[in-house]
Design a protein around this ligand. Structure first.
Ligand SMILES: NC(=O)C1=CN([C@@H]2O[C@H](COP(=O)(O)OP(=O)(O)OC[C@H]3O[C@@H](n4cnc5c(N)ncnc54)[C@H](O)[C@@H]3O)[C@@H](O)[C@H]2O)C=CC1
Ligand SMILES: O=C(O)[C@@H]1CCC=N1
Length: 278
């Protein structure tokens, strides 16, 4: 890919994406610039690990950049857009990974016509195993979206969705790894409690999660059918599922996704109110 990308923000999500992109070899590390406002040690750490180009925000020359990836916290959007405004050129595509922030808010700080693409990855980008959503903004052409999709394909599976579905996508997939880690923490705990050593219990839980996910992705069989295939009448799984239903395990997972989606909606409302005041 013949382009230079610049991450504004050098936190955990930027690092996960950098790891996946570098591993994919779609871009060479010198085509990736990483910038933040103050923590220069962090930039050096990323340079040391991935070979990328660290550039403190004050020294960043956007003329050589094609794609700008907004990777700071949602609360910093106003300040960042104000800083960016004067440096942006027609050829720049902005990609935002900020939870909750709609493309319309970002566009409000920009001249009409500037393409903004919204993306929601997750931290499994590190292993090129993200589920990443992509939505177009007002001024994006198919070519902008396809070019961003090509880049995002390097960090995992991509899904083109309408922007209205971003809240729930964030609730399920952006935040989702945390819910699954929480379940794995519990699988590890119960294994340990019953005499397995911690590392073994951890591996057993993770391998079980991985195997189940692969069965869904690599067969044509639905999760419902796969669940039934595990469940013998009056067997161990029936007893386990019975406890899970009594404790409303499925509903707890749905509620987690709903609550995260609601928070995304709240971030949007706040960002819109803030942008109106600008
Ligand atoms: N952590 C995750 O699993 C996911 C995070 N996201 C989104 O990614 C974004 C970043 O999240 P994290 O990496 O977890 O946060 P983080 O707190 O680890 O990193 C934020 C980074 O932004 C930098 N920053 C702040 N103001 C800046 C400015 N004015 N210019 C340049 N850099 C600036 C900070 O120095 C820091 O490096 C958030 O908007 C979040 O909604 C999206 C999907 C998943
Ligand atoms: O917790 C958050 O707000 C970010 C967005 C999705 C995952 N982490």
């Amino acid at each position: 890919m013949d382009q230079t990308i610049a991450f504004l923000g050098a936190g955990s999500m930027a690092e996960a994406m950098i790891a996946g992109i570098v591993q994919s070899k779609k871009l060479s590390p010198h085509q990736i610039i990483v910038s933040n406002r103050s923590n220069h040690n962090r930039l050096q750490e990323l340079k040391y690990t991935y070979g990328i180009r660290p550039v403190p925000r004050n020294n960043l020359d956007l003329n050589e950049v094609d794609t700008i990836i907004l990777a700071m916290k949602p609360k910093d959007i106003e300040r960042v857009m104000e800083e960016l405004q004067q440096d942006l050129k027609d050829h720049h595509t902005l990609v935002s990974i900020l939870a909750g922030i709609p493309t319309s808010v970002i566009e409000q700080y920009l001249p009409a016509g500037q393409p903004v693409v919204r993306v929601m990855p997750n931290t499994s980008s590190t292993l090129q195993a993200s589920a990443t959503a992509i939505s177009s903004g007002t001024y994006t052409t198919t070519s902008h979206v396809e070019s961003v999709r090509y880049l995002m394909d390097s960090i995992g599976a991509t899904f083109l969705i309408p922007e209205e579905q971003m809240d729930i996508f964030t609730g399920i997939a952006g935040s989702g790894p945390a819910y699954l880690y929480h379940l794995m923490e519990h699988m590890e705990l119960i294994g340990e409690e019953q005499g397995l050593d911690r590392e073994t219990a951890r591996e057993i839980g993770a391998q079980t999660m991985l195997g189940a996910a692969r069965m869904v992705l690599e067969s044509d069989v639905s999760p419902t059918q796969l669940r039934e295939n595990v469940t013998s009448p009056n067997g161990t799984t029936a007893a386990g599922l019975d406890a899970l239903y009594r404790h409303r395990g499925g509903e707890a997972m749905a509620e987690a996704a709903r609550s995260a989606a609601k928070r995304s909606e709240q971030l949007r409302t706040k960002a819109i109110q803030q942008a109106v005041r600008v």
